[in-house]
Design a protein around this ligand. Structure first.
Ligand code: SAH
Ligand code: SF4
Ligand code: F3S
Length: 459
């Protein structure tokens, strides 16, 4: 069998795709890059906003046409598969296999079955199942928990992924070991709310560490760099910031979604913290980690958001100064409390506010990235950039970075880079040795590239 997987949604979905691919390979399937070659196409879906849902709908429409022409098995997995909305689509477009996020390991049974297979239970078997590491990659994801126990009123995730279940630390450390053996240098711990790690297990025997202590355990395992996402401010403790400061492998990058700067909106979102409490977390982070790189998620145009509320988001933005942000216009999701109880704002209002916020973030990213010019950053270069005389990757603070290849440094790896130029979305630099001297660039360099890598003096 030749299988082709298509992934929408977040990093947890990418992890799950990898998990299912490894299952398929163990059943003798080959994973192919092109849908045309495949006799099994499996879509890993996302339901967090209307857009990814519509993408899946149109893809399924196209696949139904392909199915009319040649033998093809079509499957749908992930968050949308768990919802009525997704199941209706699956029926309409003749989907053969449907697996919710809690039933991914039913993939084998699904393929053996001669009939349509629907798997929708939330099972724990996923937790002790360790997928083989991606071969040759320097970065990997590691899921430490599934599901979510919060009830943010706009969010469909608790419905699609079920209640929070933390993975046993031994399973996490075993998986980490396989990653290290495979040469992985950067591991990102994943969960919808990593700060609440272990909370669902109560005082269970065998002991689940707090998230801060899990970070220390992982950070001392020999892995070069550790990141984590996502943090909910409600469960954030100062000890997490302390663990980051006392464990050098943990990158000084904090993604702490605020969603809105207005207490009125936060209350209607049921976020369970105030603007002031959020800012106190930011202050604690800065106290422990003066060079922390901060990122957030924002939803603009939540039902009932007034211009004054939005101004509070802008002012919180300026108070914090985020290095980067994921910004979204509110998308009403059937099945969420806000869908049921609140009226959506006109699309133009949401789009206009989103535009203003994006412009404000661009200013901040430009300003903060410019301050990095002249500094030395540790960059994980994962491979060739668009122009193959360059390597691309990211810093410990997740800044996308591009450098020209140098003699003795033209392969993926973790390198020291002096930043010479920055835009709001990209940093450019050149490779340096341990003494801070420039490594000689490869002679094949493109002239435009040479111009970019010339150090600019800092103002
Ligand atoms: N568990 C993570 C978020 C997962 S969803 C957390 O709480 O941080 C990722 C982001 O999508 C959220 O942070 C939110 O900003 C956005 N999002 C979720 N539901 C949305 C909706 N209905 N409309 C627009 N954005 C939404
Ligand atoms: Fe959704 Fe809130 Fe849970 Fe995040 S914490 S997944 S936004 S319900
Ligand atoms: Fe989407 Fe599910 Fe992730 S809804 S954002 S794929 S948790």
């Amino acid at each position: 069998m030749k299988a082709h997987l298509i992934t929408y949604g977040c990093q947890m979905n990418e992890y799950d795709t990898h998990l299912v691919e490894s299952q398929l390979v163990s059943f003798g399937a080959a994973i192919v890059d092109s849908a045309d070659e495949a006799d099994f196409i499996l879509i890993n879906t996302c339901a967090v906003r209307g857009k990814p849902v519509e993408k899946v709908r149109s893809l399924l429409g196209n696949l139904r046409k392909v199915k009319a022409q040649r033998p093809l098995v079509v499957g749908m997995m992930g968050c949308l598969a768990q919802l009525d909305e997704g199941q209706q689509m699956a029926r309409k477009f003749g989907v053969d296999v449907l697996l919710g996020p809690g039933s991914l390991l039913d993939i084998g049974r699904a393929l053996e079955s001669n009939e349509r297979f629907w798997g929708l239970a939330f099972k724990d078997d996923l937790h002790d199942h360790i997928p083989p590491p991606p071969t040759g990659k320097l970065q990997a994801h590691l899921t430490i928990m599934r599901g979510c126990d919060h009830h943010c009123t706009y969010c469909i995730v608790p419905t699609t992924r079920g209640p929070q279940v933390s993975r046993h630390p031994d399973d996490i450390l075993r998986e980490l070991d396989t990653l290290l053996t495979a040469g992985v240098q950067e591991v990102t711990l994943l969960g919808q709310n990593v700060n609440a790690y272990g909370v669902d297990q109560g005082a269970k025997l065998g002991g689940y560490p707090s998230f801060a202590n899990l970070l220390r355990l992982v950070g001392r395992s020999g892995v070069r760099r550790v990141k984590f996402t996502t943090s909910h401010p409600m469960n954030f403790t100062e000890d997490v910031a302390a663990a980051m400061a006392d464990t050098p492998a943990i990158c000084e990058y904090v993604h702490l979604p605020v969603q809105s700067g207005s207490n009125r909106v936060l209350r209607r979102m049921a976020r369970e913290y105030t603007r002031e409490q959020y800012l106190a977390h930011i202050a604690a982070i800065r106290q422990h980690l003066p060079h922390a790189v901060l990122a957030t998620d924002i939803i603009v145009g939540f039902p009932g958001e007034t211009e004054e509320d939005f101004q509070e988001t802008l002012s919180l933005y300026d108070e914090v100064g985020y290095d980067s942000a994921y910004m979204f216009a509110y998308s009403a999701r059937p099945g969420t409390p806000s869908y049921k109880h609140f009226d959506d704002l006109p699309r133009e209002v949401k789009t206009e506010r989103l535009g203003r916020l994006i412009a404000r973030q661009k200013d901040w990213s430009a300003r903060l990235n410019a301050r990095k010019v002249g500094t030395v950053q540790e960059v994980l270069l994962r491979g060739d950039a668009h122009d193959p005389s360059f390597l691309e990757g990211h810093t410990r603070g997740n800044h996308p970075t591009v450098v020209p290849k140098a003699i003795g440094a033209n392969q993926p790896g973790v390198y020291r880079v002096r930043i010479s130029h920055a835009t709001p979305h990209m940093m450019y630099g050149h490779l340096i040795d341990a003494e801070g001297r420039d490594l000689p660039e490869l002679p094949t360099l493109h002239p435009e590239a040479a111009a970019l890598s010339t150090p600019l003096t800092m103002a």
